[in-house]
Design a binder for this molecule. Structure first.
Ligand SMILES: Cc1ncc(COP(=O)(O)O)c(C=O)c1O
Length: 382
């Protein structure tokens, strides 16, 4: 592997398979479905692995992902993670339904429900929906105590069929310790138990009660209330999951970035190394969801005491004052802070097992891999 050019994104496929199989084994034992969030990896190779380990559905962050999964025949169940309020996106979703795939959307406003209902009626289609519940992240979602009223108010939109509720407890990422994560997991499950009771009281029998986040996953897998789980990051894990969330160890981290030390500039008197990897590979996240708990950008496996303290786009600055063994020309392997950003920075990952290269994994669901029809035919004049 040390003969490879840099920068490169490496994927340890043995760790990847171990991460996927471990979660799916517990889920199966506990009677839960894992419908993985695709946005972490955006790769049909990994989606296929997840399917082979038992996932019969996926959560998509983009319509591009949903289209590619459909074209490759990878699933008959797609949930779209975020509300659709754009006509072209809805048209693309309706095309997918016409391909025979069950698409479940997430709704959190009457305006959106009405818009979707109108367009489905014109095309003679129906769709299943879950209500997105806000369990404290304060991004999307209906407040838990208003779910019953919301579902009743959407009843009049006959093209929409209510099948349950789902959430993403992203506030878990604001915790800086495993105890904080546990609390978020328990609070979220408690809220969803109450929501489920309320829905049942109204006469519904929800097929789906779901949550999705890697920090809380180890608890979610054991919670009676959930039918479906939508984790994303668990395929790779990363420094943030290890150092703050307690979800994994460094040895579980499947995704790394290979870089070369290109300079130890004279002005630094041996205290600074510059690597040929910057924010375009490592991302600027020092925590997911905008927190800032980590003080630097990635963990260098060969030099744990060296700290990547600043990133330009294509180069990074590493403080080596506590590790003078770093050499110009040396290759270093970095575990990123947040793997979801890194995994789709390039069009392929280099797959390896214990450092022996095995092949390429295409990142074939990256943003922009599908050009929507409405702009596809526009020709740019010379
Ligand atoms: C709506 C939704 N569900 C699930 C996930 C997966 O979370 P994680 O990457 O922590 O597994 C995300 C990630 O941002 C998300 O936005």
């Amino acid at each position: 592997m040390k003969d490879l050019p840099t920068p490169l994104i490496l994927l340890d496929v043995k760790k990847l398979k171990r991460n996927i199989s471990k979660v799916s084994r517990i889920a199966m034992k506990n009677g839960k479905k894992i419908w993985p969030m695709i946005k972490t990896h955006k790769s049909t190779y990994i989606a296929r692995l997840q399917r082979d380990y038992g996932s019969d559905g996926f959560l998509c962050g983009t319509i591009d992902e949903a289209e590619v999964l459909t074209e490759k025949g990878l699933t008959k169940n797609i949930m779209i993670a975020y509300p659709i309020a754009d006509r072209e996106n809805l048209r693309r979703v309706m095309n997918i339904i016409e391909e025979g795939v069950r698409v479940i959307i997430r709704v959190d406003s009457k305006e959106c429900a009405e818009f979707i209902n109108d367009h489905l009626r014109k095309r003679g289609l129906d769709i299943d929906y879950v209500v997105k519940v806000d369990v404290g992240m304060k991004r999307l979602g209906v407040p838990p105590e208003k779910i019953g009223k919301f579902v009743s108010s959407v009843e009049k939109y006959k093209r929409l069929n209510f099948v349950g509720v789902a959430t993403h407890p992203g506030q878990a990422y604001a915790s800086t310790s495993p105890d904080g994560v546990k609390e978020v997991a328990e609070t979220t499950a408690g809220i969803l138990r109450e929501v489920k009771k309320e829905i049942e009281r109204l006469g519904y029998d929800p097929e789906i009660v779901g949550t999705g986040s890697t920090p809380t996953l180890r608890y979610d897998l054991e919670m009676d209330v959930y039918t479906h789980l939508f984790p994303g990051n668990y395929v790779y894990y990363d420094r943030f999951q290890v150092e703050f969330m307690g979800s994994a160890t460094f040895n579980d981290c499947a995704l790394t970035v290979l870089a070369t030390v290109i300079s130890i500039p004279e002005h630094s008197k041996g205290k600074l190394a510059v690597i040929n990897v910057g924010s375009k590979y490592l991302g600027l996240d020092r925590a997911a969801h905008g927190g800032g708990a980590l003080k630097n950008y990635g963990y260098i496996i060969e030099h744990p005491k060296a700290r990547i303290f600043a990133l330009s786009e294509e180069v990074g600055k590493v403080d080596i004052s506590e590790d003078q063994s770093v050499k110009i020309g040396e290759k270093v392997t970095i575990i990123p802070n947040h793997a979801c950003v890194v995994g789709n920075a390039t069009s392929y990952l280099v797959a390896h097992v214990n450092g022996v290269v095995k092949g390429l994994v295409e990142v074939d669901m990256r943003n922009g891999v599908r050009v929507p029809r409405i702009i596809f035919n526009v020709q740019l004049s010379k």
